[in-house]
Ligand binder design. Structure first.
Ligand code: GLC
Ligand code: GLC
Length: 828
């Protein structure tokens, strides 16, 4: 194996990943921001900011897939004599005497040292503020006085990130700025319909500025050698059209040992339409002045930073495990939960692999993200469920994506992904189990955001299930539509035109026999959830709780769904079993996919995961055989591949899945997202050793230890896809950060491995562990209670023998919910 170089390490005490070499194998990024104002920041300060929507409100510009990589960001140029350097090494790439980047919870601190000057920048978005703070601390560690020239740099995006990259005939004439003291305002298109502007401020007097890119950088220069910095003087340029930027120029004298803070603030403001201007053509800056005043001293900024840290302390105190295995504890207690928050915020919209212009919030993606996030801030999860359900159609189908800014369904992609509706049950059930808030089911929610169409959320769940029931194929299995969870299994697409998107092209549906075993399993799992939900709500109504629904109706619904679920189980057992594993699908013509009879792709992971989670055919041994087949055919050193063997040629009838070269993405990549499905299947079957070995293979902290160079992407979070065993370089990761893997890894470890499962009436304790597991404790805040749970596995993989609650043994495995602090002892 090639020698694996290390680029950083975990610092668990500070909840940071510490990068010690700026030349990471790929930019290793972090996310700043909590609700409205967001930034992406790499380990060299590359990246960009936006307000709510990475497409429609891009504040600063970024060039994806650039040469060199990761070009554009918030850059500080420090000119010390003839030497120019940046604290984050890029863009000048002047060798530093010391470099360190610490990515933490909602902040990043980058420190560089050169010739006895230290520059440390703390980047974060304060809670509730529409701004990125950049607190730069300059320190003279030498014995001489230092005369430094400091230039800041941000490049404005002309708001719509898509047209910003293409409509140059217009863009080059629209750019406008204003300069007032130490603040540079970006107001392109403010004169017309936009009622928002951005600004870049520093809390000190400046000795000059630039706002025109060509003047500052020079037409044939690069970010690495901007003209103004080379000359050592600003030009006080005022941008008119072309590309507006913001650069402050500050002369700094530092005595030996002296240190000074500079607070830079990148802010975003919206004004009411009738209050846009303070004079003709002049922005009303009142709100900007206010925002600046809130963050213009070291004390104020330090306080805002302390608040952010407390916020994360509180969030990460909700579920805390102590196993004595630092690699597990740090993922459960820190990074997995952090990644869940990020995916909840961004769905799949903006990362270094998702350009922020293509995809809004996914219906299925966002519902899955909920299981990773709901314990943290339930009210936000609640709102998300309502937003998602509002993009549904009356027949239960739904838009596949919606835009975060407008919350409207995205017409470019449309609907027709037949797994989508089931995920609404999945997300809603997770929310109610966590909070006990059944009232969400009474919320009135529209279809397709049309006023006047409102029905209860419960009704949305009902039509979701019906969408599956009303769209069954010849084997009584669910019709797949455009695709199920696997966006690339396009069985009704039949496209030979490379300009058509596989996802949105559906050339034939009439007479299609294309059915999905993945949806079948998903339907059984969510159908059982739906039945349990109906029963739990009926029970509450009978105990006098208010609901607009009534218990007879719910009992009838539960019975109706039980029949549908039973019928689905029969259909899978009869038409979905291949002898050693579950089939994956039937194609348009009704031919098997994922069968030993096929030439390639004889077995797929998704149906193994969902049908084992659903325990279909467990008594006949199907579950155990399917799980064994996953080990035999799908597993490799880096995880389980999606299908095996990989497709070696394009298959017109299957669509995008066979468009990828072997071992990548949906063609036999290790699509980390679906590994947890099999792991949960293992846990339900009680096979703790196997569950753990699959889990550890894709657990970032284990990968971090062994494969930093090979893996390439951030070692502190999961990526969507790792190249599979058929790939040229198995183990290479791609598409980091925004992936359903985050929520699924969390759901798997928190509920199925460690075994702490929120339920309607309390917490169910049901761990599934490797035999080698020692005693561990979980502290879990649950609604208005705190549970301190100690688990003694005694070498068992599964099976709780006894639970002692506050010193008294209880019956069964559910700790009944009651307010206050409780101690729980669990013996397996
Ligand atoms: C991507 C999509 C997700 C899909 C998966 C498999 O991660 O965001 O919706 O399920 O790919 O195709
Ligand atoms: C591509 C990707 C898939 C993703 C889809 C989203 O098909 O392979 O992972 O879900 O695009 O549009």
């Amino acid at each position: 194996m090639e020698q694996q170089k290390r680029y950083g390490h975990f610092d668990d005490q500070h909840r940071e990943y510490v990068i010690t070499d700026p030349q990471t194998p790929w930019p290793w990024i972090n996310y700043l921001g909590n609700e409205d104002f967001f930034s992406l920041i790499s380990n060299t300060a590359g990246g960009y900011s936006f307000y709510k929507d990475a497409k429609f409100r891009r504040i600063t510009r970024y060039r994806y897939n650039n040469v060199p990589m990761d070009n554009g960001g918030r850059y500080f140029y420090i000119k010390d004599g003839d030497t120019v350097w940046n604290p984050g090494w890029k863009p000048c790439k002047t060798p530093l005497d010391f470099y360190e980047c610490r990515h933490g919870m909602g902040y990043t601190r980058i420190t560089g040292r050169k010739s006895q000057v230290e520059a440390s920048v703390l980047f974060f978005v304060p809670l509730g503020k529409w701004a990125e703070v950049q607190k730069l601390t300059l320190k003279n560690t030498s014995q001489q006085t230092k005369q430094l020239k400091l230039f800041s740099f941000e490049e404005w995006c002309l708001w719509n990130a898509a047209t910003d990259m293409e409509n140059f005939q217009r863009n080059f004439s629209t750019g406008e700025v204003e300069i007032e003291g130490s603040t540079i305002y970006h107001k392109t298109e403010y004169r017309e319909r936009r009622n928002h502007y951005a600004f870049y401020h520093v809390n000190t007097e400046i000795q000059g500025f630039d706002t025109d890119r060509e003047t500052f950088v020079g037409l044939y220069n690069e970010f690495a050698d901007p003209q103004a910095v080379i000359e050592g003087r600003p030009h006080n340029s005022h941008a008119h059209g072309w590309s507006p930027i913001a650069s402050h120029y500050i002369e700094v004298t530092l005595q030996p040992g002296e240190q000074r803070d500079f607070i830079f603030l990148l802010g975003y403001i919206e004004n009411e339409h009738d209050k846009k201007f303070s004079a003709p053509q002049v922005i009303n800056k009142e709100k900007a002045h206010q925002l600046i005043a809130e963050l213009d001293t070291t004390e104020k900024v330090d306080k805002a930073f302390a608040e952010l840290c407390q916020y994360w302390d509180a969030l990460l105190n909700i579920y805390k495990v102590k196993t004595g295995n630092p690699k597990l504890d740090r993922m459960v207690n820190i990074w997995n939960q952090y990644q869940c928050m990020v995916t909840f915020n961004f769905s799949r919209s903006a990362s270094f692999f998702e350009s922020g212009v293509g995809r809004g919030m996914g219906f299925r993606d966002s519902n899955q993200d909920l299981v990773g996030f709901v314990h943290q801030i339930p009210p936000r999860a609640r709102q998300r469920i309502i937003d998602i359900a509002s993009t549904q159609f009356p027949d239960g189908g739904c838009y596949h994506q919606y835009q975060p800014l407008t919350k409207r369904g995205n017409n470019d992609i449309g609907g027709g992904f037949n797994d989508d509706p089931c995920w609404l049950i999945f997300g809603t059930v997770a929310y109610i189990k966590e909070t006990g808030d059944f009232s969400i089911l009474d919320e009135m929610v529209p279809f397709d955001n049309q006023p006047g169409t409102e029905v209860t959320l419960f009704e949305h769940l009902r039509v979701s299930m019906d969408h599956v029931i009303n769209n069954l194929g010849p084997h009584a299995l669910p019709l797949i539509g455009r695709a199920d969870w696997n966006d690339c299994l396009n069985l009704n697409c039949f496209s030979m035109d490379p300009n058509e998107s596989f996802q949105t092209t559906e050339n034939v549906t009439e007479g299609s026999k294309a059915e999905s075993l993945m949806i079948a399993g998903l339907f059984v799992v969510t159908g059982k959830d739906y039945i349990a939900l109906c029963k739990a709500l009926a029970e509450r109504i009978e105990n006098g709780e208010f609901s607009t629904l009534n218990s007879q109706f719910l009992a009838a619904e539960a019975a109706r769904m039980q029949q549908a679920v039973d019928a689905m189980i029969v259909a899978v057992e009869k038409h979905g079993w291949d002898g050693e594993w579950y089939l994956r699908a039937y194609d348009y013509y009704g031919r098997k996919i994922g069968s030993h009879e096929c030439d390639e792709a004889k077995i797929f992971i998704e149906s193994q995961g969902w049908c084992t989670m659903a325990e279909i055919g467990a008594e006949q041994g199907m579950v155990a055989k399917s799980l064994d087949a996953c080990k035999k055919y799908l597993e490799c050193e880096h995880g389980m591949v999606l299908n095996n063997p990989a497709f070696s040629r394009f298959i017109y009838e299957y669509g995008e899945i066979s468009s990828y070269p072997e071992g990548y993405k949906e063609n036999a990549g290790i699509f980390c997202h679906n590994n947890p499905w099999v792991i949960i299947g293992e846990c339900i079957a009680g096979r703790g050793n196997d569950a753990w070995s699959h889990y550890a293979k894709i657990l970032p902290s284990y990968v971090e230890e062994k494969y930093q160079t090979l893996h390439k992407v951030e070692p502190y979070v999961n990526c969507q896809m790792v190249a599979g065993k058929d790939a040229f370089r198995p183990g290479e990761g791609k598409n980091s950060w925004l992936t359903g893997t985050a929520a699924w890894m969390w759901y798997t470890v928190s509920e199925f491995i460690l075994g702490i499962k929120p339920d309607y009436d309390g917490i169910r304790i049901d761990p599934c562990l490797p035999e080698t597991a020692g005693d561990y404790t979980v502290s879990r805040r649950f609604r208005e209670a705190e549970y301190e749970i100690a688990i003694h596995p005694n070498g068992a993989q599964k099976g709780v023998k006894q639970i002692v609650l506050d010193g008294k043994p209880i019956e069964g495995t559910v700790i009944p919910y009651s307010k206050g602090r409780h101690t729980v002892e669990v013996t397996m």
